[in-house]
Design a protein around this ligand. Sequence first.
Ligand SMILES: NC(=O)c1ccc[n+]([C@@H]2O[C@H](COP(=O)([O-])OP(=O)(O)OC[C@H]3O[C@@H](n4cnc5c(N)ncnc54)[C@H](O)[C@@H]3O)[C@@H](O)[C@H]2O)c1
Ligand SMILES: O=C[C@H](O)CS(=O)(=O)O
Length: 484
Amino acid sequence: MQLKDASLLQQQLYIDGAWQAASDGEVFAVTNPANDQVLVTVASATKADTARAIEVAEAALPAWRDLTAKARSNLLRNWYNLILENIDDLATILSAEQGKPLAEAKGEILYGASYIEWFAEEAKRVYGDTIPGPAADKRLVVIKQPIGVVAAITPWNFPNAMITRKVGPALAAGCTVVVKPATETPLSALALAVLAEKAGIPKGVINIVPGKRSGDIGGELTANPIVKKLSFTGSTRIGKLLMAQCADTIKKLSLELGGNAPFIVFDDADLDAAVQGAMIAKFRNTGQTCVCANRILVQSGVYDAFAEKLAAAVAAMQVGPALEGAFQQGPLINQSSLNKVKEHVEDALGKGAKVATGGKAHARGGLFYEPTVLTGVTNDMVVAKDETFGPVAPLFKFDTEADAIRLANDTEFGLAAYFYSRDIGRAWRVAEKLECGMVGINEGLISNEAVPFGGIKESGLGREGSKYGIEEYLEIKYMCFGGI
Ligand SMILES: NC(=O)c1ccc[n+]([C@@H]2O[C@H](COP(=O)([O-])OP(=O)(O)OC[C@H]3O[C@@H](n4cnc5c(N)ncnc54)[C@H](O)[C@@H]3O)[C@@H](O)[C@H]2O)c1
Ligand SMILES: O=C[C@H](O)CS(=O)(=O)O
């Protein structure tokens, strides 16, 4: 890995501003999914290391909380500027450990930095209330205060942005954090810590505990009463586990979980725009995003035309290792992810679906899979119910608008949905009836720092980003002044 600043590649725990080995000396390998080569080994935090990080975060809390909002804002802006200055190295590290094409990795660094920039500003806008009360001799006031020590557990698919989307608002609100990055992708988190320290963020405010023993680390983060808030991004299965583990200490929760996004193409859609939207909504990060179109529902009148256009666009994508060329698709993150993609395709084909393009492991071997379009997909197939989390676009056919909404909502998930129609009445009817937290209307890329990102049903709790995001790290206090 060629870096301009080698200090960004760290291999130890980051606790109280110090780089340190795990208390038992354990390490784990971080591999490049494009070639299965070991990049580095990283210290694997123990339960005791995690407890120490929590205690350090508690000790750092008063001084950080008592800084003025502007002082916290300035430090976050310093961090933002340093992230941008080091974008090339951060993107190289990200692509090496996660596999996404370098152009996408740079896009993620800009996206991740935008959350730091956004919350550097939001820090200065944590407003309270004065309330006109019923009694003449009382004055009623509401203030907002930081929740305290925050635990953040993040996924491998966006190893930079999923951290800044939590740490940004937490620090802006006056909280301190302990971050457990995904076992597959700890290097991006450690590089962010290097830059946070350079930005002047005091020791103990940000602590990073990478590790292969997720259960031990998570067990401490969820059980320790010092931790007042857990912000988790990952699968619904693990989210439910962590939610239960937090119950004994009534921790506040933000959960950004799994998805099963429908992508609906109506007869009146601009088909070329719909294909463009489907390409990004389905194949961004090689299909490994929580808001990926998992089911593509196409109205019968345009089904064949859309399928033909989409298959042609998908077949044109180049697949390869991020650091060896300008590819549009990378590898799956690990063997179990590749196996899941294969199982979903084989199940669909076994039940009557047809391959329009792709449909098998890529000639490059390893964790590469051919970007795939399946036609003739029906609701009895696994792809209809489970999150594929890979480069497979299953096309379902529907007849009426009511059919489309029923099919779209037939899932326990409710994160994102997309549809293409040029009928304004239909746009309002469908957007209001879709059971999800975010809707793209004639748009396949909906995420940015200014909007409330999150879902309903089993896709999670709370929102990240936007003017709402900082509220997740604040407590409301009502104060009643009597005897006035
Ligand atoms: N809603 C969102 O914003 C969003 C964003 C990204 C990913 N996701 C979802 O995440 C999933 C893919 O990411 P993933 O494979 O990293 O998810 P995952 O749930 O397997 O892992 C997420 C994080 O939890 C950790 N973890 C795993 N078991 C744990 C345990 N017992 N205790 C504590 N921590 C534990 C992992 O090490 C990782 O850091 C998909 O379902 C995707 O939809 C959702
Ligand atoms: O996969 C999870 C991310 O939240 C996707 S996005 O980049 O924020 O849309």
